[in-house]
Design a protein around this ligand. Structure first.
Ligand code: SAM
Length: 331
């Protein structure tokens, strides 16, 4: 009896914790969200989203020594079909995006929201990836950009017998804003006055942050060569979720994306085709191979990750879908 009572008490305690901790986090985030000034609201989303280097620990493999840095620096949610390894899942997601963009040898490729550059590492050195002649990139955190430059430099120094791929990386918002960028020493990759055009534009697990994604899609369209493709791994929403107050409240509070980016897959397709002019648009819903596995993986990585996973779970249960979507600029 006593032991039955103890286990009931223990299980009630865990149930209460599982509900109260995420709830308290949500209340805290809601408070922060409400006290955010109008001025901060007007800033790009990227000023608020701070990624840091916390993802390095997720890349660490069980057989690596504690003091040893991880071999990869992935920062996406991964495509977990046939794997339970975070780096493998992240690589698989990046490969899906590269394939959807139909990257070919000699292409000029732009990677947007590149984090600490693992997808660029793939483009520069993975034998399974067609080698571009030029890779460009923009990401919002200067520390990530500097780190990636150093990583790519090292790879290029080690592979001196391979023909050098030209590399051009920049820290800044993915969206080109003439006022913000006119004093830049280098041209923004989506500056429409730039002569540089791309055969492929990649955005792996980041465009939902952009303010707005719609602006990004149309700026990217202008910078693609005819026949060039854009490919994104991105979040959209089930139609049924878009009208619920719960999904709206969660998006608003978590600040994962501007509200304008909360659209269904069919609206996403419509924006690409009718809004921007892309053709041969293909979308694949890979939700079931992303969220549940990523959440399960995170929940095993300690209390802070467990907390983050639980909040992400709230998000996904509010109708978030994960897709790989790509489209082409007509010839
Ligand atoms: C989930 S991470 C994905 C990183 C990388 N693509 C990968 O697969 O490992 C999202 C990235 O987008 C960047 N980001 C977010 N908002 C951005 C913006 N407005 N402009 C440029 N980069 C942005 C973040 O700093 C972060 O590096």
């Amino acid at each position: 009896m006593t032991s039955g009572g103890t286990s009931t008490t223990r299980s009630s305690f865990f149930h209460a914790t599982a509900i109260l901790v995420p709830l308290a986090t949500l209340v805290y985030l809601a408070y922060r969200r409400i006290v955010t000034s109008e001025k901060e609201e007007a800033k790009s989303k990227s000023d608020i989203t701070q990624y840091g280097l916390f993802h390095l620990s997720l890349n660490k493999l069980p057989n690596e020594l504690p003091g040893e840095p991880p071999k990869t620096e992935w920062l996406n949610m991964g495509y977990w079909k046939g794997t339970t390894s975070f780096p493998e899942a992240c690589r698989a997601l990046a490969m899906k995006v590269i394939k959807a963009a139909k990257v070919k040898p000699g292409h000029s490729v732009l990677d947007v929201g590149f984090g600490t550059g693992e997808c660029l590492v793939l483009l520069l050195s993975d034998p399974a990836v067609p080698r571009p002649s030029k890779v460009s990139g923009i990401t919002d955190m200067a520390s990530h950009c500097d780190r990636t430059k150093a990583r790519l430099r090292k790879i290029q120094e080690a592979e001196h017998d391979e023909p050098a791929v030209q590399v051009n990386l920049l820290a800044g918002d993915a969206i080109y804003r003439p006022d913000a960028h006119k004093r830049w020493a280098k041209k923004h990759p989506l500056d429409p006055t730039s002569k540089e055009k791309y055969d492929a534009i990649l955005a792996t697990d980041c465009a939902y942050h952009f303010n707005t994604r719609r602006t990004f899609l149309s700026q990217a369209f202008k910078m693609l060569r005819p026949g060039g493709r854009i490919a994104l791994a991105d979040i959209c929403f089930a139609n049924s979720a878009l009208s619920t107050w719960r999904a709206r409240a969660i998006t608003y509070i978590l600040r994962l994306m501007p509200l304008q980016n909360r659209i269904s897959e069919s609206d996403y397709l419509r924006q690409m085709v009718l809004g921007c002019g892309y053709e041969n648009v293909v979308a694949e819903d890979i939700t079931e191979q992303v969220f549940p596995h990523f959440i399960r993986f995170l929940k095993r990585q300690g209390i802070l990750w467990w907390l983050f996973a639980t909040v992400l779970q709230l998000y996904t249960s509010s109708g978030a879908r994960f897709i790989v979507i790509s489209g082409e600029k007509p010839l």
